[in-house]
Design a protein. Structure first.
Length: 318
């Protein structure tokens, strides 16, 4: 099978198309009905129902690791909203932005690395930025997902043979104790899921620092390169150590990651084809060859990380 060789040119776009094997997790849930937490369920085109982790959750995880990396390095400026990892981002500093000059307002807003990379919406003045990082739903391959629901109980101390003294207690004390006992006792049900999941993600590195009103770059080449490296580092951390729901008791068992990285070194879009297809790697090889893109296969997490480290050595397209 023919493969394009990796080049030393700039990176216009990077696509990650992978199958992830994650066990015994509950990273994303629909909500809680009574005392039961419901897992995410998605429906495919043919009516098949399967497990899913939303793109919003994956993007939040990437944003979190971006913020962690930026917070530890003074070379990455953060606005007042992003410094505290608040979801409003640039909207929290809208009073400091130019009121009658959207070009200037957007230029100022994207000085913040998190606003630049993950986007924002400012209400006044009305400006917005689309994220340069995009995530699909992480979708369980039909027939390769297992789900279970587990019962758990939290017991009050008085139910384990510890008796409270009634001496000197008042009516209000007894009422408070009763309320505390009710709150302490709890039976609840939580889901656990394991499976092979399809992931599609796109990084438009050419848009880093780009003011998309006047289409001029608001950052110099060195600043853009550092942000490019930060985004790739956050990808590594996202897939090596996914953040998400219920990790205190359901930290995922990460077993495997396999797939391809597609790198576009010129101004052409990186092709995207879902890993829900069994032949996605072969078809992506063919599509990438037609568009002159580089194809970098990986068979496990360490190979993926090593490939991302090599891509870090390149520059974002300009």
């Amino acid at each position: 099978m023919a493969m394009n060789s990796e080049k030393n040119g700039a990176v216009f776009e990077l696509a990650i198309l992978a199958r992830l094997t994650w066990n015994l997790h509950s990273l994303n849930n629909e909500g809680t009905l009574g005392n039961v937490s419901e897992p995410r369920t998605v429906v495919l085109w043919n009516g098949q129902r399967t497990d899913g982790i939303s793109g919003e959750m994956m993007k939040h995880i990437h944003a979190y690791w971006t913020w962690i990396g930026a917070s530890s390095d003074a070379d990455y400026p953060l606005c007042d909203g992003c410094r505290d990892f608040r979801p409003q981002r640039a909207d929290l500093i809208s009073k400091t932005l130019a009121k009658n000059d959207n070009v200037a307002a957007l230029k100022e807003a994207i000085q913040c690395v998190l606003c630049d990379v993950h986007g924002f919406l400012v209400q006044t003045p009305t400006i917005h930025r689309q994220s340069v990082v995009e995530f699909s739903w992480v979708v369980g391959l039909p027939g390769k997902v297992q789900r279970d629901l587990h019962a758990h109980a939290r017991h009050a101390a008085t139910e384990r043979g510890v008796e409270t003294s009634s001496a000197g207690s008042t009516e209000s004390d007894e009422q408070a104790g009763t309320q505390a006992g009710v709150a302490a006792q709890m039976v609840y049900h939580r889901p656990t899921r394991s499976g092979v999941y399809a992931l599609v993600s796109l990084f438009q590195s050419w848009r880093i620092g780009l003011n998309e009103i006047d289409y001029r770059y608001s950052l110099d080449d060195e600043q853009r390169k550092k942000r490019y490296e930060l985004v790739l580092q956050a990808y590594e951390w996202t897939l090596k150590r996914p953040d998400g729901a219920m990790r205190s008791t359901r930290l995922p068992h990460i077993e495997r990651a396999e797939g391809v990285l597609i790198v576009s070194a010129k101004a052409v879009p990186a092709p995207l084809l879902s890993p829900l297809r069994d032949d996605y790697r072969e078809k992506l090889q063919e599509l990438a060859a037609m568009q002159g893109c580089d194809v970098i296969p990986f068979a496990d997490v360490d190979e993926m990380v090593a490939a991302l480290e090599r891509i870090k050595q390149r520059d974002p397209f300009k």
